[in-house]
Design a protein around this ligand. Structure first.
Ligand SMILES: Nc1nc2c(ncn2[C@@H]2O[C@H](COP(=O)(O)OP(=O)(O)OP(=O)(O)O)[C@@H](O)[C@H]2O)c(=O)[nH]1
Length: 332
């Protein structure tokens, strides 16, 4: 009699805001080995943008869950995974042999790990298959010191990927690698450029069930204050704003406004995403910034209907909507 575990493996991809999770997922979803994978993308903020930027293969189920998976979504997560399984069983969606969950940049992956085990229905049908954490090569070292979520994501990972090696120097990379080895000596660690990691990495995660509590304790030792921080609020102390640009705005006006945000409130800005159709353009432009770095602009073929109003989404700390709007519309 076969004793093979037939449960569907669930792999988590975490990493702080803007680290490069979607870039990695996008690359992986183009690979034939993952043609039968289902994907759950968890987005933070009032308007989801990520799922418009992820390009699955035909018929691949991609689900979206807004809100933060570790704070507000544990009940809905159970329902979603349950319903996904039943839909595949009834042939309402294509069968899937793996589930990949991309968490928000602020999520505590432990919440998801424990949710999978706590629900008897899920525990019988899905097995937790490990956590991969993407760490921003450019900002990761600072984030590990200032952002408790980033620290916990790194400490719990089975594998670590350092993104954006093209944007950092050798010393910076070495310092980050050493710091990660101190935080999580058990995890494999490699660099990844524009998400081009081997799919085989997913299969190699294989978490030892006994190691997660150890990792958790190690993390608690690294940062005793994190527990307090997490309880501090549903939003991790981060506020999200969305802002609609007037249709006559061009790129130059937007760049000038972002420059003002950077000069006046650079420290407060964690992440920016947007889809904007500038005056005179037929196609929308994707805007992505992490702290002070605005990434090269890209254009989409067409604009999804619900994002047709030129919306920018900001994730900030200690910044009011009025302060932000002032940089755009009421500046002197
Ligand atoms: N230069 C460079 N840019 C990268 C690399 N990896 C990702 N980026 C860029 O970094 C920006 C953020 O990447 P995403 O994949 O959206 O990051 P994310 O972790 O999904 O972001 P959140 O959903 O906000 O948490 C995008 O503009 C990417 O194109 C890399 O290796 N090199």
């Amino acid at each position: 009699m076969s004793t093979a575990d037939r449960r569907i493996p669930v792999s988590l991809i975490s990493g702080f805001l803007g680290a490069g999770k979607s870039t990695l997922l996008n690359h992986w979803l183009q690979q034939p080995q993952l043609a039968r994978a289902a994907v759950l993308i968890n987005e933070y903020g009032p308007v989801g943008v990520d799922h418009h930027l992820v390009r699955p293969l035909d018929h691949q189920p991609v689900l979206l869950a807004s809100g933060c998976i570790c704070c507000t979504l544990q009940g809905p997560l159970v329902d979603t995974l349950q319903s996904l399984f039943l839909q595949a069983l009834r042939r309402q969606i294509p069968p899937f042999d793996r589930l990949i969950i991309e968490t928000t940049g602020l999520a505590d992956p432990a919440g998801v790990m424990f949710t999978l085990r706590r629900s008897p229905f899920l525990a019988e049908r899905y097995r937790y298959a490990g956590l991969l954490t993407v760490v921003d090569g450019q900002y990761g070292l600072a984030q590990l010191d200032t952002e408790p979520e980033a620290l916990k994501q790194a400490a719990l990972a089975d594998a670590l990927l350092i993104s954006k090696p093209d944007l950092c120097g050798a010393d910076q990379l070495q310092a980050l690698t050493q710091r990660l080895a101190q935080i999580n000596p058990g995890a494999s660690c490699q660099t990844v450029r524009h998400g081009q990691a081997e799919v085989a990495l997913l299969a190699q995660l294989s978490p030892d069930p006994a190691s997660s509590p150890l990792r958790l304790r190690r993390w608690l030792r690294v940062s005793p204050a994190v527990g307090l921080q997490q309880d501090a609020g549903q939003g991790h102390g981060v506020t999200s704003f969305s802002l609609t640009l007037p249709p006559h705005w061009g790129l130059a006006e937007l760049l000038a406004a972002l420059e003002r945000v950077q000069q006046r409130h650079g420290e407060a800005l964690l992440r920016l995403k947007g889809l904007v159709r500038f005056a005179g353009d037929t196609r929308p432009t994707v805007l992505q910034a992490v702290h002070g770095t605005l990434y090269p602009l890209a254009q989409l073929e067409q604009c999804p209907a619900e994002l047709a109003d030129n919306r920018l989404v900001f994730l900030t700390r200690h910044l009011t909507q009025a302060q932000l709007a002032e940089c755009f519309f009421d500046h002197k």
